[in-house]
Design a protein around this ligand. Structure first.
Ligand SMILES: Cc1ncc(COP(=O)(O)O)c(C=O)c1O
Length: 428
C-alpha cells in the first residue's frame, strides 16, 4: 500500500474527511501526502516528484522553500516568536506594503484572508453606519458568514446562504450581483444603495477558475460606490503581489477604499491584512469603536517571511520569471488543446491562468458553469499521473512562480501533450 493511502486512512479517523480544508480531499482516490517542497517541485511521502502549479493555492510566488525566506525565518525563529507586544518587523512589513499600494495609509495584520475580509466588512459597516454589503456571484472571500452567500431566487437580489449554519437573516444583508455586469450592480444599488456599506469584489475572480474583469468593470464599480456613498473593498488576497507589485489596483488603475490582503504577503505563512486610508482605519480598535484583536495578529514569523518575499520580488527578476512562465504555459496549453481539436478557453492574467473546456468565452459564473467540469477533472488526473499537479477543481487557478523557468514549462507542456493524447485516444 502506498504511504499516502495509509496516511489518508489514518487521517480519516481523526480529521474530518481526512483533511483540514475541503479542496484537499478532491484529489481522488486519495490525496497524496507531501514530504517536502523545493523550487517548482513537491515530493510526496511515496517519493513522487510533482511539478507544482497549486503553490499552496497562491502564496508561493517564489516557489517552495526559497533560500531568502528560509534564511530570514531561521534568523527570526531563533529569537523567539510571540510576545503579546509589538515587534519591529510588523512596522517594516506595513511600511513596505503601504509604499506599494497608494490607497493604503494604515494596516491591521490578522491571520488569514478570511479574517481580513471579516474585519474589512465590520470596518465598512462601522465607518458608514450601514448594514448591507454587495458581493458577486462566484467570488470567494473566505469562510466568513456574510460572504458565504449566493444569489437568492430570481425575484430578489437578497442572497441566500451557500453553507449550512449561515442564518438566512445574515445572508439577507448580502446582495448578490453578477461579475462583469455593471447593469446588475446599478439595478441593485438603485434600490438598496443608501443601505450598502460596501461593494466587495475580487478584482480578478480567482475562485471560479480565473476570470479577469472586462473593460471598465472595476472603474464602473468605483464610480457606482462613490455615487451611493458606499465603500469599495478590493479583496486582493490572491491578486496582491500576484498581478505585480501594487496588485490589481496598480495593474487596472483603480483605487479601492479598503483592501484585503493575504497569501503572498506572508510568504506562505499564515497571514491576512486590512489596509485603507487613515480616516477609515482609525475606526478600528484601539483607536476607534470597531473591534478587532488576535493573539497571533502580526506574528513575527509571518511578517519576516512576507517581507523577505516582497524584497525578493522588488530586487530580482523573480516576478518576470513567474510572469513569463504563466504566459508560456497559457499559450502552450492552448496550442496543445487546439492541435488535438479540444474546445477550450484559457483565461490568463499575470502569474495565473485557468483552462475551461468550453466553446464560448468565460466572463462570469454562468459562462464558467458551461464548461465541461468532468473533462477538467480528467485532465487533472492525467496530468497528476504524469507528475504535474494542477488543482483538482475547475474552480481554482493554475499559479506560476519564480521557480518555474523555461525548462520546467517546456517539460510541463510535453507532459500536457502526452496527457491530452491519452484523453483523446481513450483507455488502451
Ligand atoms: C480572494 C480570496 N479572499 C479570501 C480568501 C480567504 O483566505 P484564507 O484562506 O487565508 O482565509 C481566499 C482564499 O483562497 C481568497 O482566494
Amino acid at each position: 500500500m502506498s504511504e499516502s493511502k495509509r496516511l489518508f486512512e489514518e487521517a480519516q479517523k481523526v480529521l474530518v474527511g481526512g483533511v483540514n480544508s475541503p479542496v484537499r480531499a478532491a484529489i481522488k482516490p486519495y490525496p497524496f501526502f507531501v514530504r517536502e517542497g523545493k523550487g517548482p517541485y513537491i515530493i510526496t511521502v511515496d517519493n513522487i516528484k510533482l511539478i507544482d502549479y497549486v503553490l499552496g493555492y497562491g502564496p508561493l510566488i517564489l516557489g517552495h522553500a526559497p533560500e531568502a525566506v528560509v534564511k530570514r525565518v531561521i534568523e527570526y525563529v531563533g529569537r523567539g516568536w510571540l510576545y503579546g507586544a509589538p515587534t519591529e518587523v510588523e512596522v517594516l512589513l506595513a511600511k513596505k506594503i503601504i509604499s506599494h499600494f497608494p490607497s493604503i495609509e494604515m494596516i491591521r495584520f490578522v491571520n488569514s484572508g478570511g479574517e481580513a475580509v471579516a474585519t474589512a466588512i465590520r470596518l465598512a459597516r462601522g465607518y458608514t453606519g450601514r448594514k448591507k454589503i454587495l458581493k458577486f456571484e462566484g467570488c470567494y472571500h473566505g469562510a466568513v458568514d456574510s460572504v458565504l452567500v449566493k444569489a437568492g431566487s430570481a425575484a430578489t437580489h437578497f442572497g441566500s446562504p451557500s453553507s449550512a449554519g449561515v442564518p438566512e437573516e445574515v445572508a439577507k444583508l448580502t446582495l448578490v450581483a453578477r461579475y462583469n455586469d455593471l447593469d446588475s450592480v446599478e439595478r441593485i444599488m438603485r434600490e438598496e444603495g443608501n443601505d450598502v456599506a460596501a461593494i466587495i469584489v475580487e478584482p480578478v475572480m480567482a475562485n471560479y477558475g480565473v476570470i479577469p474583469p472586462r473593460n471598465d468593470f472595476l472603474k464602473g464599480l468605483r464610480e457606482i460606490a462613490d455615487r451611493y456613498g458606499s465603500l469599495l473593498i478590493f479583496d486582493e488576497v490572491v491578486t496582491g503581489y500576484r498581478l505585480g507589485i501594487g496588485g490589481a489596483q496598480r495593474y487596472y488603475g483603480v483605487k479601492a477604499d479598503i483592501t484585503t490582503l493575504g497569501k503572498i504577503i506572508g510568504g506562505g505563512f499564515p497571514i491576512g491584512a486590512v489596509g485603507a486610508r487613515e480616516d477609515i482605519m482609525s475606526k478600528l480598535s484601539p483607536r476607534g469603536p470597531v473591534f478587532n484583536a488576535g493573539t497571533f495578529n502580526g506574528h513575527p514569523i509571518s511578517m519576516a517571511a512576507g517581507l523577505a518575499t516582497i524584497e525578493v520580488l522588488e530586487t530580482t527578476n523573480a516576478y518576470e520569471t513567474a510572469l513569463r512562465a504563466s504566459r508560456k504555459l497559457a499559450e502552450g496549453l492552448s496550442d496543445v488543446l487546439g492541435r488535438y481539436g479540444i474546445d477550450h478557453v484559457v483565461n490568463w492574467v499575470p502569474t495565473m491562468l485557468q483552462v475551461f473546456f468550453t466553446k464560448g468565452e468565460v466572463v462570469d459564473h454562468e459562462t464558467a458553469n458551461r464548461s465541461d467540469v468532468k473533462m477538467y477533472v480528467r485532465f487533472h488526473e492525467e496530468l497528476l499521473k504524469r507528475g504535474v499537479f494542477i488543482a483538482p477543481s475547475q474552480f481554482e487557478a493554475i499559479f506560476t512562480s519564480a521557480a518555474h523557468d523555461d525548462s520546467i514549462i517546456d517539460e510541463t507542456l510535453r507532459r500536457v501533450e502526452d496527457a491530452v493524447r491519452s484523453i483523446v485516444r481513450g483507455p488502451p
